[in-house]
Design a protein around this ligand. Structure first.
Ligand SMILES: Cc1cc2nc3c(=O)[nH]c(=O)nc-3n(C[C@H](O)[C@H](O)[C@H](O)COP(=O)(O)OP(=O)(O)OC[C@H]3O[C@@H](n4cnc5c(N)ncnc54)[C@H](O)[C@@H]3O)c2cc1C
Length: 379
């Protein structure tokens, strides 16, 4: 994969910041259970949050390939901090494209500067795969809507300033066409959260979010009523390629640490690296990471060219986390008993990347999307 001079420069800025400021506190953030907002603002000041968003709204108007490079570099240092980039690019694009201009101007500027984090609220207790079959209701009342119901499994909900929320404005029988999207500040009266006790990504945290007769102005609706699914959901093609790179960054970090370790550690009177049984699994990991990385950048390049990339994005979201889980698992084993210790980061990376085998849609749902797109093309 070759990148332009501008892209390499941007990647180098992200890499320097990630390795100096983000990586050292990766394991500490798990204990803190949050991402430090000062760090988020520092990333914003460097243009490392959603640089693809329009300049007119405070972004840099850069190619989405650059956002991929940033997601990979921050993911290398701390996969959890990179959630900030993923949420900003996903929600920033939704707000920029579908919000009332005054609302968009206010929130996009705050997102890219690192002043605001916006969560995405789709999943409900009843289930996430059949996402359009949601029940949280938005009932029109004059110039407002009244929100009632529960979202479940929402990343960063208890750290976020607002949520892009999918709610039912039509009848259940209308399916996806009865769903609308809203931008809801998290400090509105009637909004509350309850955090889950998770296996990984504790710095991010997932929560249930309760909407207890929350009154929200109709001006906070994104796109037309009933267009929540049909139009707004298209943003997921972008975030899926970024998630792939976020996970691959974490896998590359474990690989790099493993190459160094196998040259230092000795067994049977020689460095571990003298054994092909040790180096071949790492070489395989390099190959799998590189192949999947290329798929992700290819998908982002398709997006930048305005070409269809729904199937490719679903492949990234399936293969990125899966490859990262397999590779980090191998790296943990390569470190022998040290790998099993919580002193080293591999066990945390493994727990953290595994969450993204589920979050934003499982492997099965991604394969459903690939099959649907290919069947459509073959008609
Ligand atoms: C780390 C993490 C972060 C998340 N962050 C967010 C967030 O910020 N916002 C948000 O809205 N949600 C979020 N989620 C929720 C996530 O999107 C859902 O968990 C996911 O879509 C799956 O939904 P479910 O858990 O209800 O599983 P279900 O839909 O109940 O599915 C259970 C299992 O059945 C399989 N399955 C279901 N239907 C089919 C089918 N038709 N064919 C084959 N297999 C099928 C699934 O693949 C899965 O393995 C997050 C989840 C995790 C783990």
């Amino acid at each position: 994969m070759t990148f332009t001079h501008e892209q390499v420069q941007f990647r180098d800025t992200a890499r320097r910041f990630a390795r100096e400021k983000v990586a050292p506190l990766y394991q500490q953030r798990e204990k803190d259970g949050r991402v430090d907002r000062g760090l988020v603002r520092d990333m914003g000041a460097l243009g490392l949050i959603a640089p693809e968003l329009p300049e007119a709204l405070g972004g840099l108007g850069l190619a989405s390939v650059i956002s991929g490079l940033v997601a990979e570099e921050i993911g290398y240092a701390d996969i959890n901090v990179a959630y900030v980039q993923i949420l900003a690019s996903l929600n920033g694009a939704i707000i920029a494209r579908h919000a009332d201009p005054a609302l968009a101007a206010m929130w996009v500027e705050r997102i890219v500067s690192g002043d605001a984090i916006v969560a995405i609220g789709l999943t409900e207790p009843r289930g996430g795969s059949d996402a359009a079959n949601l029940a949280l209701s938005a009932r029109r009342d004059g110039t407002d809507y009244i929100l009632k119901g529960e979202k479940s499994s929402i990343s960063m909900a208890d750290q976020a300033d607002a949520i892009v929320l999918f709610a039912r404005t039509g009848e259940a029988a209308e399916g996806a066409r009865g769903v609308s999207a809203f931008l809801v500040p998290m400090d509105m009266p009637g909004v509350s959260t309850l955090r889950f006790n998770d296996l990984g990504s504790k710095a991010i945290g997932r929560s249930s979010v309760f909407f207890d007769d929350v009154r929200i102005p109709a001006a906070n609706r994104l796109a037309a009523e009933g267009a929540g699914f049909v139009q707004v959901m298209q943003g997921f093609d972008f975030s899926r390629a970024l998630i792939g790179l976020q996970c691959l960054g974490a896998a590359q970090a474990s690989l790099d640490e493993s190459w160094a370790y196998v040259q230092q550690r000795e067994a049977f009177g020689a460095p571990l690296a003298a054994n092909q049984g040790v180096t071949f699994p790492l070489a395989e990991g390099e190959g799998l990471v590189e192949a999947t990385r290329r798929l992700c950048y290819h998908t982002l390049a398709l997006r930048d060219a305005g070409a269809q990339h729904t199937a490719e994005a679903a492949m990234c979201k399936w293969l990125g986390p899966k490859t990262a889980v397999d590779v980090i698992h191998q790296c943990l084993l390569t470190h022998g008993h040290y790998g099993w210790s919580t002193d080293l980061p591999h066990q945390q990376r493994l727990r953290d990347v595994m969450g993204l085998e589920i979050g934003d849609g499982t492997a099965q749902i991604m394969k459903l999307i690939v099959a649907r797109e290919r069947l459509k093309a073959a008609r």
